[in-house]
Design a protein around this ligand. Structure first.
Ligand code: SF4
Length: 339
């Protein structure tokens, strides 16, 4: 392990200087054991971080695993709202994120204050929020949702009640189309990575590989286009699969296609190739890489375990209200996976 770690850095430059070699892996495992820590990695993490983790998966599945674990410390290799969600579900555990600067442009697209103002303009409306939100926004939310269950959650709200859906406009459009609900208001938030995966690019890739399955995350700007293309007969409807990241791994094991085009963050390809090595998985947009996710570097993980940083805190009142919105989602049915 070449350990010339650069700890502090400007703005969003990831911490560097550590090679993810066998010595690094041994040291990470030793420190994790010493801290009684479980290491969790989101599907969009760097391959070496996914490989060293105890569990990989989507954000909600990981938070639930963390709550069920005997470990006293959770090291969440993902972005900040995910670590917050783990803390909300495991208030008595120490939750660490290797680099607290790892934010999320989608979670940042609505603040608690903005949501309170939106609610004030629609008294009586039910607020449904995707899990990519801060603890403060979850605390203002009636029911949380994931990309797998967003349609069921919105459908569970009585037809005469207005629904405020935030923060993702593409997931919101998908839900509106599925439920046919006119009284669903959608916040105009988006993830810069997913919004960059667009319809024309998808159409071009699909045309050049007509036998490929299309795995599409509903936050992608192309989700609407994919369904439109299917409706037009440009791609067979059965080839288009709108899936959360957790569901993508399950679908990879089940598909009979020999190639799959994947429309989401490129880190996803690592788990898909592991799940089905015989399938040719290709990104619809190879530039769709989340810089926040990639801030969890080997150096950042090592530092986190050495010094017990960066610890995630959520005040108890906020956590209690946020937990209630997550619980309501779980009561409605299988929560499936988040991003
Ligand atoms: S890919 Fe987008 S939604 Fe996911 S963490 Fe990055 S910025 Fe947030």
């Amino acid at each position: 392990m070449a350990d010339t770690m650069t700890l502090e850095s400007d703005e969003l430059t990831p911490m560097g200087g550590v090679e993810p070699d066998a010595a690094w892996a041994d040291e990470v495992r030793r420190l994790a054991e010493e801290r009684n820590a479980v290491l969790l990695a989101h599907n969009y993490q760097l391959p070496e971080i996914q490989e060293i983790a105890d569990h990989t998966g989507d954000s909600l599945a990981l938070s639930r695993l963390a709550a069920a674990s005997d470990a006293s410390t959770i090291v969440f290799c993902g972005v900040h709202f995910m670590a917050e969600t783990a803390k909300i579900l495991s208030p008595d555990k120490t939750v660490l994120i290797p680099d607290a600067r790892a934010g999320c442009s989608l979670a940042d697209s609505i603040t608690g204050t903005q949501l309170r103002e939106w609610k004030a303009a629609h008294p009586g409306a039910v607020v449904v929020s995707y899990v990519n939100t801060t603890a403060e926004v979850k605390a203002e939310t009636d029911i949380c949702c994931t990309s797998s269950n967003a349609v069921d959650v919105v459908a569970s709200v009585p037809a005469d009640r207005e629904v405020l859906f935030c923060p993702d406009q593409f997931l919101g459009a998908h839900v509106k189309r599925k439920t046919g609900r006119e009284n669903l208001h959608i916040w105009a938030g988006e993830c810069h990575v997913h919004a960059g995966i667009n319809g024309p690019e998808l159409a071009e890739r699909a045309a050049s590989d007509p036998d490929a399955d299309l795995f599409i995350h509903p936050e992608c700007g192309c989700a609407t286009s994919a369904l439109y293309l299917a409706g037009e007969g440009a791609v067979p409807a059965e080839k288009v699969k709108i899936l959360s990241t957790g569901d993508m791994v399950r679908a990879a094991r089940d598909t009979r296609a020999s190639s799959v085009l994947v429309a989401t963050e490129v880190g996803m390809l690592h788990q898909l190739r592991k799940a089905a090595p015989e399938i040719d998985f290709r990104a619809v947009n190879e530039r769709a890489s989340c810089r926040y996710m990639k801030m969890i570097t080997p150096a950042a993980l090592l530092r986190s375990l050495r010094v017990g940083a960066d610890e995630v805190h959520v005040d108890e009142v906020t956590a209690e209200r946020a937990r209630a919105s997550v619980r309501r989602m779980i009561e409605i049915g299988t929560p499936g996976g988040g991003e």
